[in-house]
Design a protein around this ligand. Structure first.
Ligand SMILES: Nc1ncnc2c1ncn2[C@@H]1O[C@H](COP(=O)(O)OP(=O)(O)OP(=O)(O)O)[C@@H](O)[C@H]1O
Ligand SMILES: [Mg+2]
Length: 467
């Protein structure tokens, strides 16, 4: 299997050279190391397909090299060369994950055959991985699932903003699907064929984030060996997704503002600005309006980012989407785990519908993945759900119907009344089902009570006693 890179580690220069000659003749690229440590350094540089190493070497032994190699590059197979009398150690190495071993002296053909087999296996594994990945992508591709009124309203806005190149701010709790929405905006825009580049502003410290975003020139700081293109450049013509934008530092914020205002930025250490055409989509699970009020986020940047806001509703405010999402994730994870499942049992679904989903769609996704793995029959059942969800009180039966155009305040009142009736007046349970605090329930009831008594006509004055 030519065009593969082999790393040969042996402290015997004679053997090293003869191996190099043999393997090069077969069309392999060969890298040499005279001990285990040097071999490890080579491996860290990447692009090694197989290691052939002597077992006994000064410094790092073949066995230690094997263990370190399995830690940094678990997919790279290791063939050990052992001297007569060290077979026991070689067997130990096999347990530690070596592909095979050869006892010296060996014939050239023996080694070549072993190398060929190892590389063939590796290729099979790699091909499998690619297929698995493609299957994943296919199943998930842009699949953004939902049909509830709240979800549809959001998607309508997504369609509308996609066609413009306005900056969009996506706000929503953790796990609601903000990143998915950002991708949906990109994919429905005229920039769809161009890159979508995501940066998580919370994941990196300030200086690293800036060099990621803007890139740097050679020698811009110690350690800047070459020139690096920033994400703004990589996203040219496309969309840059600034995730967790609330975490931008006070130093980085004005630099982002400048790109938005002037379409231009500087690489670190550069003398001239670089022009880019990038559409910015930002997201945060923190309330930026509040942060601006508290002066923790620049107001001018906020207004630039917030040309249009898309609010992604939490899952508890669109429970109608739960069955559809559950079914979607069930298909995805059944395929991924090679399981034949045709759905969720009615009971399991009832519990899912009753849960408040503090972790939103991501939590639901995890619960279904777990359920798919645990399911014994052809359905995911109650027992396959996490105990706290399996034990959730299913929603009471019953419907509150309201005419379109009914004032929200009235809808709220009627829904709360009906929920209280269904729970036998249990305020704590009603609050849980409605996804609000029990104190909020008490406050609302009190206020309505006051309003009711205020609306009542004042007691009629006692009729005058006529004498
Ligand atoms: N409407 C949806 N349809 C299908 N999958 C969804 C939907 N919404 C969210 N998901 C899935 O739920 C998971 C969480 O979504 P995503 O990462 O977009 O959330 P997020 O709001 O960015 O969360 P965080 O604030 O934690 O970063 C992802 O695996 C995503 O594919
Ligand atoms: Mg996210």
């Amino acid at each position: 299997m030519p065009d593969r890179t082999l790393l040969v580690a042996d402290d015997d220069p004679g053997l090293r050279e003869s191996l190099e000659r043999t393997l090069t003749r077969e069309g392999y690229r060969v890298l040499l190391a005279s001990d285990g440590r040097a071999a490890l350094e080579r491996l860290q540089d990447g692009a090694i397909d197989l290691i052939v190493t002597d077992l006994k070497m000064p410094g790092l032994t073949g066995l230690e090299l094997l263990r370190a190699a399995k830690a940094i590059a678990p997919d790279v197979d290791v063939i050990l060369l052992t001297a007569f009398g060290t077979v026991e150690e070689a067997v130990k190495a096999m347990k530690d994950g070596a592909y095979d071993f050869l006892t010296k002296p060996f014939r050239r053909e023996q080694l070549l055959k072993l190398i060929d087999k190892a590389l063939e296996r590796r290729e099979l594994i790699e091909r499998n991985k690619v297929l698995q990945q493609r299957l994943d992508d296919l199943l998930r591709q842009g699949a953004i699932v939902g049909a509830s009124p709240a979800f549809r309203r959001m998607m309508m806005l997504v369609e509308q903003v996609a066609s413009s190149s306005a900056t969009v701010l996506i706000q929503g709790e953790s796990g609601t699907g903000k990143e998915l929405v950002a991708r949906a905006i990109h994919e429905r825009s005229a920039r769809a064929g161009k890159p979508f580049v995501a940066v998580n502003c919370a994941a990196l410290p300030e200086t690293l984030l800036e060099s990621e975003l803007f890139g740097y020139e050679r020698g811009a700081f110690t350690g800047a060996a070459g020139r690096k293109e920033g994400r703004f450049e990589l996203a040219d013509g496309g969309t840059l997704f600034l995730d967790e934008v609330a975490d931008l530092s006070a130093v980085t914020q004005p630099k982002i503002l400048r790109v938005l205002q002037e379409g231009e930025f500087d690489r670190l250490g550069a003398t001239r600005g670089i022009k880019v055409d990038v559409r910015l989509v930002a997201a945060s699970n923190q309330d930026l309006v509040q942060m601006v009020k508290e002066r923790r986020f620049r107001e001018d940047l906020f207004y630039r980012l917030n040309v249009i806001t898309v609010h992604v509703p939490p899952l508890r405010e669109r429970r109608e989407d739960i069955p559809m999402l559950a079914q979607h994730f069930l298909r995805v994870y059944a395929a991924k785990n090679n399981r034949r499942l045709d759905g969720l049992s009615d009971d399991a679904l009832k519990r899912l519908e009753a849960w408040a989903w503090p972790g939103n769609v991501r939590e639901l996704e995890n619960v279904i993945e777990r359920g798919v793995v645990l399911a014994r029959g052809t359905q995911v059942d109650i027992d396959d759900l996490p105990p706290e969800i399996a034990g959730a009180t299913p929603l009471p039966e019953g419907v509150v119907s309201v005419r379109i155009g009914t004032p929200l305040a009235e809808v709220e009142q009627r829904l709360l009344d009906a929920t209280l009736a269904a729970t036998g007046g249990n305020k704590t349970l009603a609050a849980k089902l409605l996804g609000i605090d029990v104190r909020t329930v008490a406050r609302k009831l009190e206020r309505w009570e006051e309003e009711r008594s205020a609306d009542e006509p004042p007691p009629a004055p006692a009729p005058e006693q006529s004498s």
